[in-house]
Design a protein around this ligand. Structure first.
Ligand code: NAI
Length: 388
C-alpha cells in the first residue's frame, strides 16, 4: 500500500475494506497495454525522474517487455485519429493520468473490445466515465494516496501566498519597484482565520493537520462522509452540514473532493454570493468543480480576495482562459499554476511504483489494494464519488 503523511489515515478509513478478488487466469502473456502521458521534452530527457512523461514511460517498458507484453505510449489523445482512439480498440489495459487526461468517455469505451482495466497513474479518475465503466464491467484502479501529501503541501502554500499577498509582492520586486504599502494593504495572517475544506478525505484531512499549527480561529469541513471521531478530535474540526452555511462561515476555503455529478460546477455564482466578502479560495481538486467565469467575476468584484490552484476545466488551459489573467480590485489574488501539485518528483516515483504494483497484481491474479479500486468488477467500490 502507498502510505504517506503523519497519520495512518488510510487505516482510519478502512482502506482494505471490500478487498476485491480477481478471477483472471493466473498468468497474463502478451497483453496490449497503452498509456497516455504528457510530453516532457528536454526536461524529461535531462531528468529521468520525470517518470510521468511520454519520454520516461512510468519506467515500465523494460519490465513489461520482459514479460512479453506490448507497451505503447503517447500524448496524442484527442480526436478519432488520435493514438488513444485508434489503439484503445484492441488494448487490454489503458493507463492514463489526471495531468494530461486521456478522456475515457462512454463512446470511446464502447469501441474498446478487449479492455478490462483502466489504471490511473495518480489520484482522481474523473476523466474516466465511471458509470460507463460500471455498466461494462471494467475495473478502474488508481494509485490512491500516492500524491496526497504533495497536494496538501501545495494547498497550504497557496493559502499562504493568497492571504499574505505574495504574488504581487514578488512581481513588484521583479519590476524593480518598492512600495510596501501597496502590498501590505491587502496582506493578512493565516492565524485567527476560519479555515474550511470541502471534502475531508486523504488530502482534505492532511490540509487540516498542516494548518492547525498556524493557530486558526476554527477548522471546519463539509463532507457527506463524517471524519472518524478520533480524526476530527485530533484537529478539532467541526462538521457543517449545509454548504451555504459552511461557506458563509469560512475566511479560507479549500476544495478537496473528487469531480463527479455532485461536485461539477458546485462553486458557481449562486454559491459565491454566500461566501464571506473577501474570502480566499484554493482548489487543487478539479477545475470543473468551480465555474471559470463565475470565479473570475467574483475575484474581479472583490467578493473573492483570492483564488489559487493548479487544476483547470480544460488542460492544457487555453491561452485566453480567464483564470490566467483574473485579478482582484487591488491587482492581486491570482495564485494559478499548471497542474503539477500532485506530480512532484517524489510523487512521480510513488505513482509509477504504484502503477507497476497494480499491473503486477493483475498479471498474477492477486487482489488489488481495496483503496485503489474506484470501480471493481461489481461496480463502485469507493465512497468518494458521490453518495450512492
Ligand atoms: P479521498 O477519496 O480520500 O477524499 C475525497 C473526499 O471528498 C471524501 O471524503 C468524499 O466523501 C468527499 N466528497 C465527495 N463528494 C463530495 C461533495 N459533494 N461534497 C463534499 N465532500 C465530498 O480523495 P483525495 O485523495 O483526498 O483526493 C481528492 C481529489 O483531489 C481527487 O479526487 C482529485 O480530483 C484531486 N487531486 C488532485 C491532484 C492534483 O495534482 N491537483 C492530485 C491528487 C488528487
Amino acid at each position: 500500500m502507498v502510505t504517506e503523511g503523519a497519520i495512518s489515515i488510510s487505516a482510519q478509513y478502512g482502506s482494505f475494506r471490500n478487498a476485491a478478488s480477481f478471477n483472471r487466469q493466473a498468468s497474463s502473456r502478451g497483453l496490449k497495454i497503452i498509456a497516455v502521458l504528457y510530453k516532457g521534452g528536454n526536461a524529461a530527457k535531462e531528468e529521468p525522474r520525470l517518470l510521468g512523461t511520454v519520454e520516461n514511460e512510468l519506467g515500465l517498458r523494460p519490465w513489461l517487455e520482459s514479460q512479453g507484453h506490448e507497451y505503447l505510449v503517447s500524448d496524442d489523445k484527442e480526436g478519432s485519429q488520435s493514438f488513444l482512439n485508434k489503439n484503445i480498440k484492441d488494448a487490454d489495459i489503458v493507463i492514463t493520468t489526471p495531468f494530461h487526461p486521456g478522456y475515457l468517455t462512454r463512446e470511446l469505451l464502447d469501441t474498446a473490445k478487449n479492455l478490462k482495466v483502466c489504471v490511473t497513474a495518480g489520484v482522481g479518475s474523473d476523466h474516466v466515465d465511471l458509470n460507463a465503466a460500471v455498466d461494462k464491467g471494467l475495473e478502474v484502479l488508481e494509485v490512491t494516496g500516492s500524491n496526497v501529501t504533495s497536494v496538501a503541501e501545495h494547498v497550504v502554500m497557496s493559502m499562504l501566498l493568497l492571504v499574505r499577498n505574495f504574488v504581487p509582492a514578488h512581481e513588484m520586486i521583479e519590476r524593480g519597484d518598492w512600495q510596501v504599502s501597496d502590498i501590505a494593504r491587502n496582506a493578512f495572517d493565516l492565524e485567527g482565520k476560519v479555515i474550511g475544506t470541502i471534502g475531508a478525505g486523504r488530502i482534505g484531512y492532511r490540509v487540516l493537520q498542516r494548518v492547525l499549527p498556524f493557530g486558526p480561529k476554527e477548522l471546519v469541513y463539509y463532507d457527506y462522509n463524517a471524519l472518524p471521531d478520533a480524526a476530527a478530535k485530533t484537529v478539532g474540526a467541526r462538521r457543517i452540514d449545509d454548504l451555504k452555511d459552511f461557506v458563509s462561515q469560512c475566511d479560507v476555503i479549500t476544495v478537496n473532493a473528487p469531480l463527479h455529478e455532485g461536485t461539477r460546477n458546485l462553486i458557481n455564482a449562486d454559491l459565491l454570493k454566500h461566501f464571506k466578502k473577501g474570502a480566499w479560495l484554493v482548489n487543487t481538486a478539479r477545475g470543473a468543480i468551480a465555474n471559470a467565469e463565475d470565479v473570475a467575476a467574483a475575484l474581479k468584484s472583490g467578493q473573492l480576495r483570492g483564488y489559487a490552484g493548479d487544476v483547470w476545466n480544460k488542460q492544457p488551459a487555453p491561452k485566453d482562459h480567464p483564470w490566467r489573467y483574473m485579478k482582484n480590485p487591488l491587482n492581486g489574488g491570482n495564485g494559478m499554476v499548471p497542474h503539477y501539485s500532485g506530480t512532484t518528483l517524489d510523487a512521480q516515483k510513488r505513482y509509477a511504483d504504484g502503477t507497476r504494483q497494480i499491473l503486477e497484481n493483475y498479471f498474477n491474479n492477486k487482489p488489488q489494494e481495496a483503496a485503489n479500486i474506484i470501480v471493481g468488477k461489481k461496480g463502485y467500490e469507493t465512497g468518494s464519488y458521490g453518495k450512492r
